[in-house]
Design a protein around this ligand. Structure first.
Ligand SMILES: [Mn+2]
Length: 403
């Protein structure tokens, strides 16, 4: 380590003595110290000029004993892979499933960056050729919509803020493509597999120009509207953006409906008696707590959501920790006392039957390393995504008429 640093020290001292305060890689002027005068010095980063989007293809990479490439496609439910950011794929699909391998925003267990491929493994029991549902009487892969796996949007594993911009750019590129079946729905829709919950922020940013303000239906044991000064301490801009503050930030940026957002399945601890809930209300949310389901029943829960949302556009964000740990152990921030997989599926089904206008969705916080040998969580995630797909196929949506 010392041998590695010595040349840097030598370089920095000679540069300072020869040319006064040195400028390396666009440094800020200001007090010089070792970090500022080394190659580790801070760049004046223009966050809007992040690298072009790179798509990772969903491949199972393997070689046989002779070293020959035996890689095969490992897409969600054996769907065809399409790079949904490429203009040449304009008009080739209607609904895309896209992965965000990102987990720089977590507060507890890390590892959700492996969620997209974990969910694909959980979905290998699904296939378009046998996709009929006994509950819906429909094969959502074979209806009017062409469904594809868009692969994953590569993002920096080293810098959360750059990564968020990379995710937003990738989602924008996908969102700009025209759908294949434009007579039914005039915009593509995307189901994102997380990734930690921070990713909902770049997604909402990317979708805003198409849909305007949207009502977020947020299935989660936590609120995720925390004031960044409360969660993360407001120490730096970097710490303020995380998987518990993104809905607060989305509200501040004017991305959310004013009053129609809801938390479903809430049961988290709060920092104090009033502040978090007052702040949550200010962000435009109401909520149905996890324990209320026993008193209300599924139908009343659905009714309450439909009454709240009305005919606003809906963005569905499902944190898998909304389920009880018995049904979804593989997540980062566990809260016992949650809903069952069947209850969640049935509520989603009810919202679909009510015709709520779903414009996009994510399923987040799946951390495969904590899953069990039966892949309980990964398989639950695949079933939830299948149910969301049923909803999108059942309710085609038209974009708002631009004034
Ligand atoms: Mn969450």
């Amino acid at each position: 380590m010392i041998a590695y640093l010595l040349p840097l020290l030598a370089l920095s001292s000679s540069a300072v003595s020869a040319a006064g305060p040195q400028r390396v890689l666009g440094h800020h002027d200001g007090p010089s110290n070792f970090i500022h005068s080394s190659i580790f010095g801070r760049k004046d980063l223009d966050i809007n000029s992040v690298p072009d989007t790179v798509i990772l293809t969903p491949l199972y990479r393997a070689r046989d004993s002779n070293g020959n490439d035996q890689s095969e496609s490992a897409t969600f439910a054996h769907l065809p892979f399409t790079d949904c950011t490429k203009p040449e794929n304009n008009g080739t699909f209607d609904i895309g499933i896209v992965g965000h391998p990102f987990d720089l925003g977590v507060s507890y267990r890390p590892g959700a960056r492996f969620g997209p491929n974990g969910a694909r493994l959980g979905a290998r029991r699904l296939a378009p050729a046998a996709g009929w549902s006994m509950d819906h009487g429909i094969n959502p892969f074979r209806e009017w919509a062409t469904v594809v796996d868009c692969g994953d949007i590569w993002n920096s594993p080293f810098d959360k803020l750059i990564a968020i911009h990379e995710l937003e750019n990738g989602m924008k590129a996908m969102n700009e493509l025209k759908p294949k079946n434009e007579s039914v729905a005039d915009a593509v829709r995307l189901i994102t597999i997380g990734g930690d919950h921070t990713i909902t922020l770049p997604i909402l940013r990317a979708l805003h120009s198409t849909w305007g303000r949207v009502a977020v239906l947020h299935f989660d044991s936590h609120l995720d509207t925390w004031d960044p000064k409360q969660l993360g301490g407001g120490l730096t801009k970097y710490s303020e953006v995380n998987h518990g503050t993104m809905l607060h930030i989305a509200h501040e940026e004017g991305l959310l409906s004013n009053h129609s957002n809801m938390h479903l399945g809430s049961r988290c601890m709060l920092f104090d008696e009033h502040f978090d809930l007052d702040n949550d209300l200010r962000c435009g949310f109401s909520y149905i707590r996890a324990r209320e389901l026993d008193r209300l029943g599924v139908d009343k829960v659905v009714e309450q959501i439909v009454d709240t949302v009305g005919d606003e556009y809906v963005y569905l964000s499902i944190d898998i920790d909304v389920l009880d740990p018995a049904f979804a152990p593989a997540t980062g921030t566990i809260e016992p006392g949650g809903w069952t997989t069947r209850e969640l599926l049935q509520i989603i089904n009810g919202l679909s039957n009510a015709g709520l206008k779903i414009i996009g969705s994510d399923v987040v916080e799946f951390t495969p390393v904590y899953d069990n040998a039966a892949e309980t969580t990964g398989i639950a995630i695949s079933e939830i995504i299948y149910e969301i797909l049923q909803w999108m196929v059942h309710v085609p949506v038209k974009t708002p008429i631009k004034a």
